[in-house]
Design a binder for this molecule. Structure first.
Ligand SMILES: Cc1cc2nc3c(=O)[nH]c(=O)nc-3n(C[C@H](O)[C@H](O)[C@H](O)COP(=O)(O)OP(=O)(O)OC[C@H]3O[C@@H](n4cnc5c(N)ncnc54)[C@H](O)[C@@H]3O)c2cc1C
Length: 365
């Protein structure tokens, strides 16, 4: 559909002081080369389901992957009398997997070496999109994961999970949403083509998607408190090695959702962290849209989040206020609020990083 949009939406206030505590955030996407890991192994008397390596799309894919974890465990239980499971990791993959496993009547214990607020999941921006991730999974399974994830999030709108529907305005097709439109026609509302984006200083044509915004600071604590209310226990524990896991965890069923931690614990050399910075501006309730150009801008209820760096292979979480300021300046320039700024080399829209941004979903039929 081709639509002319004439009325401008509100321009963000790009005032930003990176020295304010909490204004600059950094996280490392648990990216796995070739494919995220969603399979099981039986070793040392344990049934271990791996669910890690989802790069920049862990929130987006979480519920669908959790449903697959549940399927694997359900199948295992047809030949095993186990009544308990251990979940390693309390990020979004661990919490959603634990939630689904409760449906099987299992007693669940979750182990984590980080507070919820320190997980990568808590720091994420929160758009529902399948980007900065790879999978070699068959097309049928991938479709099921995407569909379950999207519909579960959509069904939770208005129920206190911090999920809402939002338009996302983009000057170019958004790969992570185009892929879903092509793979599962009708799951997302149709994408519209605009003569121009409805913003000050925007004269070029663009695209309007309808997607979901998931606010991690609401979603994750809600998952955790629901789990606790259903009898799930949380244990602070840093595992040093696989041997340490087997020595410490008595449960025979283990769900491995350790994100970047899996690199060392499972000696997984395919894991490559992709660091990202986020600038957290004060909340601006008038902004009811997402915007993706020269990075991205996600107005949430707690902050206006501006992101867009992809440092492949950088796995430390050192804060870099100058980088956060740079993110804000690049996107402010797109709104005509600053003179144009050269695209930084670690920026998500820099040509060097296109391959990472394209979801290389090498699906097979
Ligand atoms: C800047 C940025 C923006 C992002 N934006 C989005 C977005 O808009 N949409 C989206 O879908 N995704 C986004 N992501 C990606 C998303 O955050 C990740 O894909 C997701 O958080 C991965 O979840 P996880 O549970 O696998 O990992 P984590 O959240 O990192 O959780 C891992 C858990 O394992 C535990 N653990 C690890 N090692 C050990 C150990 N040795 N012993 C004990 N416990 C251990 C940790 O304590 C933690 O509890 C973004 C990421 C970043 C960095």
């Amino acid at each position: 559909m081709h639509v002319r949009e004439l009325i401008n939406l509100p321009t963000p206030d790009f005032s930003f002081d990176p020295s304010v505590p909490g204004a600059c955030v950094t996280g490392v996407r648990p990216y796995r080369k070739g494919t995220f890991r969603l399979n099981y192994e039986q070793t040392s008397g344990r049934f271990i389901v791996h669910n890690y390596g989802h790069g920049g799309a862990g929130i987006s894919l979480s519920w669908g992957c959790a449903a697959k974890v549940k399927d694997m465990v359900r199948q295992f239980l047809t030949t095993s009398p186990q009544t308990e499971a251990a979940v390693l990791g309390a990020g979004v993959m661990g919490l959603t997997a634990a939630t689904m496993l409760l449906d099987l009547g299992l007693k669940i214990r979750i182990f984590s070496d980080r507070k919820l607020t320190d997980t990568t999941s808590f720091k994420a921006g929160g758009q529902w999109a399948v980007s900065v991730v790879e999978t070699a999974m068959n097309q049928q399974d991938l479709k099921a994961i995407i569909k379950t994830s999207y519909t579960t999030f959509k069904d939770s709108i208005g129920k206190g999970f911090g999920v809402c529907e939002r338009p996302n305005y983009c000057p170019k097709p958004a790969d992570g949403l185009e892929m879903v439109l092509n793979l599962l026609p009708g799951l997302l509302p149709a994408r519209r083509r605009l003569d121009r984006l409805p913003f000050q200083n925007h004269t070029q044509l663009g695209f309007l998607y309808q997607t979901l915004l998931i606010e991690p600071p609401i979603f994750l604590p809600r998952l955790k408190s629901d789990l606790e209310a259903r009898g799930v226990t949380f244990v602070d524990k840093k595992f040093a090695s696989k041997a340490d896991i087997f020595a410490t965890v008595p449960q025979k069923i283990i769900i491995n959702c350790t994100g970047m931690g899996a690199k060392k614990l499972w000696n997984d050399t395919e894991m490559v962290g992709v660091r990202g910075y986020l600038a957290m501006l004060p909340a601006q309730p008038a902004l009811q849209y997402l915007y993706s150009r020269n990075g991205y801008l996600f107005p949430r209820s707690d902050h206006v989040v501006i992101g867009g760096t992809t440092d492949r292979g950088k796995e430390d979480e050192d804060l870099n206020p100058a980088k956060c300021k740079e993110l804000v300046d690049v996107i402010a320039a797109a709104f005509g609020q600053l003179a144009p700024v050269p695209m930084p080399i670690d920026h998500i829209d820099h040509p060097r990083n296109r391959r990472l941004v394209d979801p290389r979903l090498s699906v097979s039929d």
